[in-house]
Design a protein around this ligand. Structure first.
Ligand code: PLP
Length: 360
């Protein structure tokens, strides 16, 4: 058996240790004589796992007690509706940064419920930059400020948490959560689908400041109401138990790596290696503004686009898979989430060097 290096943007690579443990425990979880997929989400054993999982999340991100952590379903995209439905309250508008495909989709969904004030947009640069701070226009009378920390498709990332005003700051961290330490207290709400950096698809994590609960619009479906899930400890309906379990293993693995400050150093080194290689080699190109390049999703292309198909198929033969760029952007993309070993990055650079020699 050969394990490939999987550069997919999501669902993405998992650490081998996590997969092996899941395999080991599959037939008989914690001596119950059944798998974790076959037990009740309300069983004491499963509830124990959820408590541990929440504590590990709190430890890793240093989350204070005035925040709830919700383990939900519906992916990142359900949050595009849940955020306005739960946070608008009696306000009629919300502030959104438009910095890539994922913010754009969130804006379109929010427009079903409110007026969207676009704080700033980088659309006319093909989302290759973050608009400068002095161009930001925030409506102080809106309900919140929303931004996408890391634009997974475009390869653009906010280097710091944007300095806004007193309004609750909402962040889509689907592709960057747990990649580095953050100052949690700056946020009103953070959400992330699990399939990129926290585990597998089916689970969505929401971290919400308690005072933001309880203001849902009356039209809000019960399943979309954060307060309902908070009151029920995320066990309101049948939870995605297996996905939750994989997340619990991922968090333990992350702690074993030394937590977020340790993994942040590795992540910085991995992306730095690829970016500086590409910058030193005129066979490849990056369109993203160097100040805002993503540490998680390296979006690049070949100078000669006609070689892209060859690049992808030859990389695959070398065991480097899913390097094709998103269909809306084209080119190539290497996603380097926590589970991508540095060795995978080194192997990719070696392959890119060879490829450039052979076709250059
Ligand atoms: C993947 C992704 C989403 C969508 O997640 P789903 O779980 O597929 O709904 C939203 N935002 C960002 C930044 C993403 O990377």
């Amino acid at each position: 058996m050969r394990r490939n290096y999987n550069f997919s943007a999501g669902p993405s690579m998992l650490p081998e240790e996590v997969l092996l443990q899941a395999k080991e425990e599959l037939m008989d979880w914690r001596g119950l004589g059944v798998s974790i997929m076959e037990i009740s989400h309300r069983s004491p054993e499963f509830m124990e796992l959820t408590k541990e999982c929440e504590q590990d999340f709190r430890d890793l991100l240093n989350i204070s007690t005035n925040y709830k952590i919700l383990f939900l379903q519906g992916g990142g995209r359900s949050q595009f509706s849940m955020v306005p439905l739960n946070l608008l309250g009696n306000k009629k508008s919300a502030n959104y940064f438009d910095t890539g495909i994922w913010s754009n989709l969130a804006i379109k969904e929010a427009q079903r419920y409110c007026d969207v004030n676009c704080v700033a947009s980088s659309r006319d640069t093909n989302y290759c930059t973050i608009p400068p701070k002095d161009s930001w226009q925030i409506n102080d009378d809106a309900a919140y400020v929303y931004y996408v920390d890391n634009e997974t498709v475009n390869g653009v990332q906010f280097p710091d948490i944007p300095e806004v005003n007193e309004l609750p700051l909402v962040s889509d961290m689907s592709s960057s959560i747990l990649s580095k330490p953050i100052d949690e207290n700056r946020f009103g709400l953070i959400f992330a689908g699990a399939q990129k950096n926290i585990g597998i698809s089916g689970l969505t994590v929401v971290i919400i400041r308690e005072d933001l609960l309880g203001h849902a619009l009356t039209i809000t479906p019960t399943m979309f109401n954060y307060q309902v899930h908070a009151q029920e400890n995320s066990l309101y309906n049948t939870s995605p138990t297996f996905a939750w379990y994989i997340t619990s293993l991922m968090l333990k693995w992350l702690k074993k790596q030394g937590g977020l400050s340790a993994i942040a150093k590795i992540n910085a080194r991995k992306s730095q290696k690829i970016y500086s290689f590409i910058d030193s080699c005129d066979f490849y190109q990056i369109d993203v503004d160097p100040r805002y390049r993503s540490q998680m999703n390296v979006v690049f292309r070949l100078n000669d686009d006609s070689l892209t198909t060859n690049f992808i198929s030859e990389a695959k033969q070398t065991g480097l898979i899913n390097l094709k760029g998103h269909k809306l952007v084209g080119g190539l993309r290497a996603s380097l989430y926590n589970a991508m070993p540095e060795q995978g990055v080194d192997t990719l650079i070696q392959f890119m060097t060879d490829f450039a020699k052979r076709y250059g």
